[in-house]
Ligand binder design. Structure first.
Ligand code: PGA
Length: 250
């Protein structure tokens, strides 16, 4: 039985002091949630949030990470820097990193391998654009992203990877894939993991859905056979909404 996994991606929102206040409220509101939960504040708020979520049922995540361990990479953040703040998970391959910052499958693959080698858990984002969906390319796009992103990741390390399927056209737009459409892609991703690894790895793989997840659509998404959680953007910034999402399977 796969465990439900709800993650909040705060994106570029909340200063360190706003984040501290919000995290304190979250710790209190989410203490009875049965799902695994992660929040990913911006880098500048990691330190303040770290001390608040330490010892609670909320995992601390980062939204990105360098593909290098250290050195002359102006503006980048290394895995050691994250580990030092008790960050346990990192979101990699988010469509905003791919589209706005030009991250390629190859770069994302380097980041994934580095994160895993350092003991970080990875939430690996994939998903097609609207043009790709309309051109009937969902499966080929997702196949390329998964295959290249996980290239060189062995089955043992794969246990520390969660896949987040986030159709780009559904992110921040208020449009969600129908639960059935999303589930079809999740099933395809699961079959791909079986092809690339094993039936065991495929059964174990936690696959989150992301893209305008809200309290009023999360239940029917999570009721699908292959949707194991949610990566939540906008609604993770609101205490009541994130609470409702995190507790929807309690
Ligand atoms: P959204 O973002 O929930 O605001 O659509 C999801 C994401 O980008 O992870």
């Amino acid at each position: 039985m796969r465990e439900y996994y709800i993650a909040g991606n705060w994106k570029m929102n909340n200063t360190a002091s706003q984040a501290r206040e919000f995290a304190e409220a979250l710790v209190d509101e989410l203490k009875d949630a049965s799902a695994k939960m992660m929040i990913a504040p911006p880098f500048t708020a990691l330190e303040s949030v770290s001390s608040i979520v330490r010892g609670t049922n909320i995992v601390l995540g980062a939204q990105n990470m360098s593909h290098k361990e250290y050195g002359a990479y102006t503006g980048d953040i290394s895995p050691e820097m994250l580990l030092d703040l008790d960050v346990a998970a990192v979101i990699l391959g988010h469509s905003e990193r791919r589209i706005v910052f030009g991250e390629t499958d190859e770069l994302i693959n380097e980041k994934i391998k580095l994160a895993l080698s350092k003991g970080l858990e990875v939430v690996f984002c994939i998903g097609e654009t609207l043009d790709e969906r309309e051109a009937g390319k969902v499966e080929s796009v997702v196949r390329t992203q998964v295959t290249k992103g996980l290239s060189g990741v062995d089955e043992g390390s794969l246990k520390h990877v969660t896949i987040a399927y986030e159709p780009v056209w559904a992110i921040g737009t208020g449009r969600t894939a129908t639960p059935e459409d999303a589930n079809n892609v999740h099933q395809f991703v699961r079959s791909l993991i079986k092809e690339l690894y094993s039936a065991d790895a495929s059964d174990r793989m936690v696959i989150q859905y992301g893209g305008s997840v809200k309290p009023d659509n999360v239940k029917e998404l999570l009721d699908q056979s292959d949707i194991d959680g949610a990566l939540v953007g906008g609604a993770s910034l609101d205490l009541e909404s994130f609470r409702a999402i995190a507790l929807c399977k309690n």
